[in-house]
Write a protein that binds this ligand. Structure first.
Ligand SMILES: C[S@@+](CC[C@H](N)C(=O)[O-])C[C@H]1O[C@@H](n2cnc3c(N)ncnc32)[C@H](O)[C@@H]1O
Length: 75
């Protein structure tokens, strides 16, 4: 997805697992997409609260959720 974005496009990602995200970062950088991925480390619910409290944030074009299914309706 990051490779398909325009020059100024950003993916905001969230995860709670350091092992998985450390491995993922290697590949993001290997393909030149590291600067387009803003990883927020911590529970997604915290990220939702943080992002929704930012008044001047640009809207998201789409949201993809693939974890913590019990919280989907809260997201
Ligand atoms: C099924 S995997 C997602 C894989 C990813 N979508 C992909 O295609 O590579 C689920 C991921 O969600 C993370 N996760 C689980 N609960 C979470 C939560 N409450 N907040 C943020 N991330 C969470 C896990 O650490 C795991 O890396």
């Amino acid at each position: 997805m990051a490779l398909a974005l325009p020059e100024d496009g950003i993916i905001v990602a969230c995860d709670i697992n350091d092992e998985y995200t450390s491995e993922a970062r290697k590949y993001w950088h290997a393909v030149g997409a590291g600067s387009k991925i803003d990883l927020k480390f911590g529970p997604a619910m915290d990220m939702v609260h943080e992002l929704s409290s930012q008044d001047n944030r640009e809207p998201f074009d789409f949201v993809f959720i693939d974890a913590d299914k019990g919280n989907y309706s809260n997201y």
